[in-house]
Write a protein that binds this ligand. Structure first.
Ligand code: ADP
Ligand code: MG
Length: 342
C-alpha cells in the first residue's frame, strides 16, 4: 500500500524548463521525507503539485490516500502547508491570525486562544503578538507563517524550506515543534537546502537536482554511498592551496572541495589511512606545510558534492543566518538574485 505521500513519475514543465522530470517517492505514514536540493531543483514545484496548487503534466500523486488531481478539495482538508505562499492576514495581529486559523479548524475559542499563545511564545513573538502583521519584519512574518501552519496537527504536512532565513534560536524552536508534530503521528515532507537540517529531521532523504531524484536513502546510507572516508586538511599558507588541491585531485577518489576562508581542503578517500599517508608524503615533498590533517566520515555535504558537483554551501550561503533585515549586503543581494529566478 502506498504511504501517506506518494508520487510516481511526476512531470511538470514550464516552457522549456522541466521543473519535475519524473519524480517518485513514497513516504510511510508518520515519517519525515527530506527533499534536498539546490535552488531550482524542483522542490517547490513538487510541493505545489502535492498540495494541489498546480497540476502535473503527467504522473500520479496521492496524499493521505487521495489522488491530488482527482480529489483536490479532500486533499486540502487533510494537509497543512507552510512555505512560499503563506496566508497571513496583514490587518490582523499575530495573535488574531493564529486564533483565526484555530477557529477555522474548529478549535473551541478557548483552545484556539491557548494554542495561539503557546505558538507565539515558542516562536518568540510574544512582544509583537498584539501588533498587526503588516508591522512585522520579514523574519517575524516568516515565524508567524510557520506558527499558523502548526496551529493544528494535520495528518500530512508540507513545509517548503521552513528554516531558510531563520536565526539559530528560531531554527531550533522550529525543529522542536516539528519533532513533536511527527511524534504525534503526522507525516511530513520537508524541503531544505540545509544538509544539517535533513540530517537532523528526516527519516529518509531524496536528493533532487534538475527535476530528478538523483539519490535516496537514510542519511547514513547516503554517506556510505560516497565510498569510505574523506581526507581533510588545512594548509598553513594560503598560497599553497592550489598545490595542495592538485595533490588531492591526483591521489584522491573524487572531486576535491575547498573552503577558502579556513584553507580547508577535502577529498573522498576510498583508500583510507594508506591514502592519508601518501598525501602527507606528497605534500611534504612539495614543501606544503599543513596545520591539520585527518580522515573523517563523510558528511551530507560530501554526499551532495559527489552527486551534484557543487557544495550545498554554495547554494545556501545567500540565505544563511538572515533575520529581521540584519543581513549583510552580500547575503541580501544573493537572496534577491535567487528569488528573481523563481
Ligand atoms: N511558475 C513558473 N513559471 C516558470 N518557471 C518556473 C515556475 N515555477 C518554477 N519554475 C522553474 O522550475 C524550476 C524548478 O523551480 P522550483 O521548483 O521553484 O525549484 P526549487 O524550489 O528547488 O528552488 C526552476 O528552473 C524554476 O525557474
Ligand atoms: Mg523552492
Amino acid at each position: 500500500m502506498p504511504g501517506a505521500i506518494y508520487a510516481e513519475g511526476l512531470v511538470k514543465t514550464f516552457g522549456d524548463v522541466r521543473a519535475l522530470d519524473g519524480v517518485d517517492f513514497d513516504v510511510p505514514e508518520g515519517s519525515v521525507l527530506g527533499l534536498l536540493g539546490p535552488n531550482g531543483a524542483g522542490k517547490t514545484t513538487a510541493v505545489r503539485v502535492l498540495t494541489t496548487l498546480i497540476e502535473p503534466d503527467s504522473g500520479r500523486a496521492e496524499v493521505a490516500g487521495l489522488d491530488v488531481v482527482k480529489h483536490p478539495n479532500e486533499v486540502r482538508r487533510s494537509i497543512g502547508l507552510s512555505g512560499q505562499f503563506a496566508a497571513v492576514d496583514e490587518y490582523l495581529t499575530g495573535r488574531e491570525n493564529l486564533q483565526m486559523v484555530g477557529q477555522l479548524y474548529q478549535l473551541s475559542g478557548r483552545d484556539a486562544k491557548r494554542r495561539a499563545a503557546e505558538l507565539l511564545e515558542r516562536f518568540n513573538l510574544q512582544d509583537a503578538a498584539d501588533r498587526t502583521a503588516k508591522t512585522y519584519s520579514g523574519g517575524m512574518r516568516r515565524r508567524l507563517d510557520l506558527a499558523a501552519a502548526l496551529v493544528v496537527s494535520p495528518p500530512v504536512m508540507f513545509m517548503d524550506e521552513p528554516t531558510t532565513g531563520l536565526d539559530p534560536r528560531n531554527r531550533q524552536a522550529l525543529w522542536e515543534v516539528i519533532e513533536e508534530l511527527v511524534a504525534g503521528g503526522t507525516t511530513l515532507l520537508l524541503t531544505t537546502q540545509y544538509l544539517e537540517e535533513a540530517d537532523h529531521l528526516a527519516d529518509t532523504i531524496a536528493v533532487v537536482d534538475h527535476g530528478r531524484v538523483i539519490a535516496r536513502g537514510t542519511s547514513d546510507q547516503l554517506k556510505d554511498q560516497t565510498g569510505g572516508d574523506v581526507v581533510e586538511l588545512v594548509v598553513h599558507e594560503r598560497e599553497h592551496i592550489p598545490l595542495a588541491e592538485e595533490v588531492l585531485r591526483r591521489l584522491g577518489d573524487g572531486d576535491t572541495s575547498l573552503v577558502e576562508h579556513t584553507r580547508k581542503l577535502s577529498v573522498p578517500a576510498a583508500g583510507g589511512a594508506k591514502l592519508l599517508a601518501e598525501v602527507i608524503r606528497e605534500l611534504d615533498a612539495r614543501g606544503v606545510e599543513i596545520d591539520d590533517i585527518g580522515l573523517r566520515r563523510p558528511t551530507l555535504d560530501d554526499v551532495f558534492l559527489s552527486l551534484t558537483g557543487h557544495t550545498a554551501e554554495d547554494e545556501a550561503a545567500g540565505t544563511a543566518g538572515e533575520e529581521d533585515g540584519q543581513a549583510g549586503t552580500k547575503a541580501a543581494g544573493k537572496r534577491a538574485a535567487t528569488e528573481g529566478d523563481k
